[in-house]
Design a binder for this molecule. Structure first.
Ligand SMILES: [Zn+2]
Ligand SMILES: [Zn+2]
Length: 115
């Protein structure tokens, strides 16, 4: 790496050209931390082993797609739960759907919401 003149960071520190300023490192760490906090992973949204078990039992009891009557493979939330655990676990809000109908439902919902 060629040696360049040190630069002055926006925070006022003089930083060797091939290094990052402590303020940048700190900012990166904070950004990563925030990202880890907000990253919507499936487990956080409620899709746990418990859900898999409950969904399987639900599909066993309700084996046909509510829309087209084909074998259902997805438990859909009638009203989107958006992380609301009460809606999420409320079986009155569940419906069995086949993959096809689930995709169609999801797409029209996203269209409605302008996603
Ligand atoms: Zn700095
Ligand atoms: Zn269907």
């Amino acid at each position: 790496m060629p040696v360049r003149a040190p630069r002055i960071c926006s925070c006022g520190n003089i930083v060797p050209s091939n290094e990052r300023c402590a303020c940048q490192i700190k900012r990166d760490q904070e950004r990563k931390y925030r990202f880890d906090q907000t990253r919507p992973n499936a487990r956080k949204r409620g899709y746990t082993a418990e859900w898999t078990k409950e969904a399987k039992a639900f599909l066993k009891a309700n084996p046909n797609c509510r829309k087209c009557g084909e074998p259902a493979s997805v438990v859909d939330h009638i009203q989107p739960h958006r992380g609301n655990m009460r809606l999420f676990w409320n079986k009155a809000n569940w419906q069995p759907l086949c993959t096809h109908c689930h995709n169609v439902t999801k797409q029209s919902e996203e269209k409605r919401l302008g996603i």
